[in-house]
Design a protein around this ligand. Structure first.
Ligand SMILES: Nc1ncnc2c1ncn2[C@@H]1O[C@H](COP(=O)(O)OP(=O)(O)OP(=O)(O)O)[C@@H](O)[C@H]1O
Ligand SMILES: [Mg+2]
Length: 348
């Protein structure tokens, strides 16, 4: 649904060149919620602004819903109109809401429809329908100044949906909100994703946001995508920083003569009975060093760090036992047992 290839963005800043994007290849599938995470300055906002051509990429291409936006941006007047139309199919939600304070809530939602030249009556009908969808039907006549942060962002989402977009882009939509409001706004994004079949690309620096709503995620660092995939794929990737940050399982080995394993289980593969079976079958004592369990995209996912007595060579058979039962296991080397660097960086 959204594909960028070789996307680069170089800003000229006080005679200096700043490379904000350095060859980004991203692929967001239709109907998914895709999260891009990275520390401040990684290039996340530049990426999202290039995706809807608010910012002109230095090189590379952006394709949204099969249309090459970069090609349209490079051509003449007629293509300019096509580009405007294509962009009206991309909704944008901002961190600071960007509402017009002199307009009522309803007229804020109507704004994109005015630009599209839709008649007054039709605009009003559509705006009220969208306000109903975001749970603010009773605030149509209020002004932004009379709303809470969460309510303002709901208006922002309603406005982003006004042009019947296929794609919603969100740049830190919940960063200015408290945790509870964040959860309800994320739930709303999830709802519109499911009810309207909308593809959502969201930018965040909070791992919790990825955990709560994303089907897929990418990690950006210094203008590059260093890891990406569905949450399942990431969890199955040995050494994935995103997987470690999503499910941090701490805990160091109790001594040198033991084997530490991270066991990942998805959906039905419940870990608990398997661990006790393992203990009984091989008559070994297993310590649980750490565990993290959560629901990602409506599915139970968990990780557990366990310790088996003896070195790796002594545990090949028990490890095989776990793998046979569909659990993903990864041996933890002592160095990797310290917290993942991403977690530290993300705590901005
Ligand atoms: N208009 C601009 N002119 C010059 N440099 C810019 C401009 N916009 C961004 N940059 C630089 O590009 C780099 C990436 O910035 P960007 O805003 O994309 O990061 P970000 O990941 O969104 O960070 P944050 O989490 O703080 O929002 C930074 O080094 C930034 O200083
Ligand atoms: Mg940003």
């Amino acid at each position: 649904m959204i594909t960028t290839s070789g996307l680069t963005k170089v800003y000229q800043s006080r005679g200096r060149e700043v490379t904000a994007l350095d060859g980004v290849d991203l692929h967001v599938r239709e109907g998914e919620v895709y999260g891009v995470i990275g520390q401040s300055g990684a290039g996340k906002s530049s990426l999202i602004r290039c995706v809807n051509l608010l910012e002109r990429p230095t090189s590379g291409t952006v394709t949204v819903a099969g249309q090459d936006l970069t090609a349209l941006a490079g051509r003449g007047h007629r293509a300019g109109r096509e580009l405007r139309e294509a962009r009206s199919r991309i909704g944008m939600v901002f961190q600071h809401f960007n509402l017009l304070s002199s307009r009522t809530v309803q007229r804020n939602v109507e704004l994109p429809l005015e630009i599209l030249g839709i008649s007054g009556q039709e605009r009003g009908r559509k705006a009220l329908e969208l306000l109903d969808l975001v749970g603010l039907a009773d605030k149509a006549k209020a002004y932004p100044g009379q709303l809470s942060g969460g309510q303002k962002q709901r208006v922002g989402i309603a406005r982003a949906l006004a042009g019947d977009p296929k794609v919603l882009l969100s740049d830190e939509a919940t960063s200015a909100l408290d945790p509870e409001t964040t959860r309800s706004v994320l739930q709303l994004l999830r709802d519109v994703n499911q009810q309207l079949g909308l593809t959502v690309l969201l930018i965040t620096h909070e791992m919790d946001v990825v955990k709560t709503v994303c089907d897929s995620a990418a990690l950006m660092r210094k203008g590059r995508v260093v890891e990406s995939g569905t949450v399942d794929e990431l969890l199955a990737t040995p050494g994935s920083e995103l997987a470690d940050a999503l499910f941090p399982v701490g805990g160091a080995a109790s001594g040198p003569d033991s084997t530490v394993l991270d066991v990942t289980f998805l959906g039905d593969a419940a870990a608990q009975p398997v661990i006790s079976q393992l203990s009984r079958t091989y008559n070994i004592d297993i310590s649980i060093l750490g565990a993290a369990m959560d629901t990602v995209g409506g599915r139970q996912i968990g990780r557990m760090r366990i310790e088996l007595p003896g070195r790796y060579e002594d545990n090949v058979v028990p490890i095989g036992f776990l793998r046979e039962r569909g659990l993903r296991t990864e041996t933890v080397t002592p160095a990797a047992a310290s917290p993942a660097p991403l977690t530290k960086e993300a705590a901005k």
